[in-house]
Design a protein. Structure first.
Lengths: 33, 264
């Protein structure tokens, strides 16, 4: 696989993972009072 | 009678010595992996290749499994909670089950089966075809060039995969209970948000997935590196990786849960 394509897929994966963490933090959970 | 007893004791002794020897060998192996991580972090493209191998290529199985686990949890949870007149609490059930337990554990088991077994096979075949020895002969350190990037790739992938699994599961639960069954959307989200705590539930789930990622990747790499250099040896190593990783994940889950959620 070409370097740029591989970098793009890893970028998409990391962005999706970080976005999932943000969704869990902001949409699913609440901070303790 | 005495002979059988002596034979049995010798067997136990030999197995114990082998187990201790392997544990020492694994600890030394992990020490070398961590000590020689510098080049893999400096030349980060090596780790990015492994992130692609361990993370991107595991995405499909994680997304599909997460969705189905969420669908089943939503359906089962709704059917059970309906009997007690609290069907709106199904969002809480789905979210807590996923972020605390099912997300990290099932993602780690799938990760061990998909990426862990592949890492073991790759390393075992590299060893049996003497590619690792060839690298050493060319003064290229296989720990720095091959094994450490694999470890960091797996270690970094696992928490991201577990988070994606949990989000897909919650989406599956939403789909079945709100969109298909007709539970009130506002009640689904508000009950969930009032019960799921960022630090106690979500952060603890993330910590679990980090620990599982390190454990599964370390087991997979050690089994591959330690595999006898034959076709049968590599196939046994792959089987051992999946079995040992699954047992390690479940045992670690119990220990971590005991510390995190019961205040032991």
């Amino acid at each position: 696989m070409q370097r740029t394509t591989l970098d793009l897929w890893v970028g998409i994966f990391v962005t999706a993972g970080v976005a999932a963490l943000f969704v869990l933090a902001l949409k699913v959970g609440t901070q303790a009072a | 009678m005495l002979n059988t007893l002596s034979h049995g004791l010798r067997l136990v002794g030999r197995r114990s010595i082998n187990a201790v020897w392997r544990m020492g060998s694994a600890a030394r192996f992990m020490g070398l992996v961590l000590l020689r991580s510098g080049p893999s972090l400096r030349r980060f493209h090596l780790t990015i290749d492994e992130l692609h191998f361990a993370g991107v290529l595991s995405l499909i199985i994680i997304i599909v499994s997460g969705l189905f686990v969420g669908l089943v949890l939503g359906l089962q949870g709704y059917e059970t909670l309906k009997r007690y007149g609290s069907a709106e609490a199904v969002g809480t059930l789905v979210a807590l089950a996923l972020v605390r337990e099912l997300g990290p554990v099932v993602a780690a088991l799938l990760f061990a089966s998909r990426a862990g077994s592949a890492m073991t096979a790759e390393l075992g075949i590299m060893k049996s075809t003497e590619q690792l020895s060839a690298m050493e002969m060319m003064a290229v350190d296989p720990f720095a060039r091959v094994i450490s990037p694999m470890f960091w790739g797996g270690f970094l992938s696992m928490p991201l995969l577990a988070a994606i699994f949990s989000v897909m599961g919650i989406f599956g639960g939403y789909l079945i209970t709100v969109v298909i069954i007709g539970v009130d959307s506002g009640a689904f989200w508000s009950q969930m948000q009032s019960s799921v705590d960022l630090r106690n539930d979500i952060m603890n789930g993330v910590i679990k997935s980090v620990v599982f990622g390190a454990a599964v990747t370390a087991i997979a790499l050690f089994e591959g590196y330690d595999a006898p250099p034959t076709a049968e040896g590599v196939s046994h190593a792959v089987t051992r990786t999946v079995v040992t990783s699954a047992l390690a994940v479940l045992a670690l889950d119990f220990v971590l849960t005991a510390f995190m959620f019961t205040g032991v």
